[in-house]
Write a protein that binds this ligand. Structure first.
Ligand SMILES: Cc1ncc(COP(=O)(O)O)c(C=O)c1O
Length: 482
């Protein structure tokens, strides 16, 4: 066995080298950020994965292959250059934030200080910061006494909320006795709900068929009459409905389900009301946009992604509960080496009692920093900006004869199709959209996505970058028209 000398140890843990390499790295990242924000290069230097993989097939290094200096060069050449440039104003594909640079610095703090956060003593300040931001976010939902925690992404947050719903509403201890100890459970979600909802049902042992897909109206919002019909059908089939998942900012079109009506329905039928606000909950920052989410305060649980419209580096999502005790229902499990205290007052500070993660990153710091450095009003302005650019894009598409707008955007997602002069079959029109999109991605000029709705392909833009401006929109329409 090797005995490390102090000199050898210092090659691993050297604060001076950390500072030196760190300063050089920050300079490189600063330049990367500036170039991206200016939109000076391509959005993506596209290379098919089968070709790009050749850059990442070196043998396992038994001895060092890089120095700190050549590591930074490799980062520039092999990593940053091949990235999807998220801060580029013409990056308008996915619902991923161009993160606030100062929030990104918080992730460095989180990584270096590595607070495990499973229980309070493994991350005292991290735990308290998280409680603070959860309380702030709960207050924005409209709850004075909310609880919850941060977790690694909206998919995991939805699973956590639905686990709590299952345990709270089923009427028996599902955690202990399993789903087969009672009536078959089901839940309702719009046909446009995120796939993580069906996945959660699969993971929970309900089966993904237990998610009853409720039809949406022409604006992409859940049809409450269809929800009522679906509920009656479940009753006659002997199923036990536990929850309705409403989406505030659904993934394909950004539409917001009618939260107030669904909330009242849930109260009347004793169903858990979950709002998947992974995308759209950030509208709550703005008094104007927040009106679209009227009724959200009726929810039993709300999911809100920081790495979408709160401009955080991925991944950080809040799962918020209106009633404190419900946050313990998701993982009704004991682990005596971690949780010695039985008093609620202590357990409230031991996060992993209620999260899928045991060890968890200090995720709250970046949110705390963003709220503190900018304030809600300035963060709201970012969201208002991207919503209004999305609405401008919709106006331009409506006015252009060679484009078809799917629907008026309710958030910052705009879906549309290009209509070439030649009349095409439905299938050829679909292929045309897919080709156009792939051409733009391969050219690196723009990044946009594609969505299929009722068998039709639509181009889909998500305006995430507040620096995206009218000239970028005009350039997009021009690039798609040629
Ligand atoms: C409405 C909605 N819910 C949940 C998710 C999953 O969130 P995450 O990617 O953070 O796991 C997404 C992702 O885009 C989403 O749009």
């Amino acid at each position: 066995m090797t005995q490390l000398t102090p000199e050898q140890l210092s090659t691993f843990f050297d604060s001076e080298e950390f500072c030196q390499t760190g300063h050089a790295l920050i300079d490189v990242l600063g330049q990367y950020l500036q170039e991206n924000l200016q939109g000076s290069g391509a959005v993506i230097a596209w290379q098919a994965p089968q070709a790009a993989i050749m850059n990442w097939q070196q043998p396992l290094p038994l001895q060092p292959t890089l120095t700190p200096a050549s590591f930074i060069s490799a980062l520039q050449d092999k990593v940053l250059a091949a990235n999807l440039h998220i801060h580029h104003p013409r990056n308008m594909g996915h619902q991923v934030a161009p993160p606030l640079p100062l929030a990104a610095l918080c992730d460095l703090v989180a990584a270096l200080s590595n607070q495990a956060m499973a229980v309070y003593e493994t991350g005292p300040s991290a735990t308290l910061i998280e409680k603070q931001v959860v309380q702030w976010m709960g207050a924005l939902v409209g709850w004075s006494d909310a609880t919850g925690f941060l977790t690694s992404g909206g998919a995991q947050a939805n699973l956590t909320a639905l686990l709590a719903a299952r345990q709270s509403v089923a009427g028996w201890n599902v955690w202990q006795h399993g789903v087969s100890a009672g009536k078959p459970l089901c839940l309702f979600a719009s046909e446009h709900a995120h796939y993580s909802v069906s996945r959660a049902a699969g993971i929970m042992g309900l089966g993904s068929d237990a998610v009853i897909k409720v039809a949406a109206d022409s604006k992409g919002c859940m049809d409450v009459n269809a929800l009522q019909t679906a509920w009656r059908q479940c009753q006659t089939q002997g199923q036990l409905p536990i929850a309705v998942v409403a989406t505030a900012g659904c993934t394909p079109t950004g539409s917001i389900d009618p939260l107030l009506a669904i909330g009242h329905f849930c109260r009347e039928k004793n169903l858990w009301f979950h709002v998947d606000g992974a995308h759209g909950a950030s509208a709550l920052l703005s008094p104007v946009l927040g009106q679209q989410l009227h009724g959200i305060a009726l929810a039993d649980s709300v999911v809100w992604d920081g790495h979408k419209l709160l401009y955080m580096p991925a991944a950080v999502s809040a799962v918020l509960f209106r009633v404190q005790k419900n946050s313990y229902a998701a993982f009704a499990q004991e682990a005596s080496y971690l949780f010695q205290g039985n008093e609620d007052a202590d357990e409230a500070y031991n996060m992993s009692y209620r999260t899928l993660e045991c060890t968890k990153r200090m995720m709250g710091l970046k949110l705390w920093a963003a709220f503190s450095l900018y304030g809600v009003e300035n963060l709201a302005a970012l969201v208002e900006q991207v919503f209004s650019v999305a609405s401008l894009l919709a106006q331009k598409l409506e006015a252009a004869p060679d484009f078809e707008l799917l629907m008026q955007p309710q958030t910052n997602i705009v879906c549309f199709r290009h209509l070439p002069t030649a009349r095409l079959s439905a299938e050829a029109l679909n292929t045309h959209q897919a080709r156009l999109r792939m051409k733009l991605v391969e050219d690196g000029a723009f990044h946009l996505t594609q969505v299929t709705l009722q068998g039709q392909y639509w181009l889909r833009t998500t305006i995430m970058n507040p620096l995206t401006c009218e000239s970028d929109l005009d350039a997009l329409l021009l690039a798609l028209s040629v």
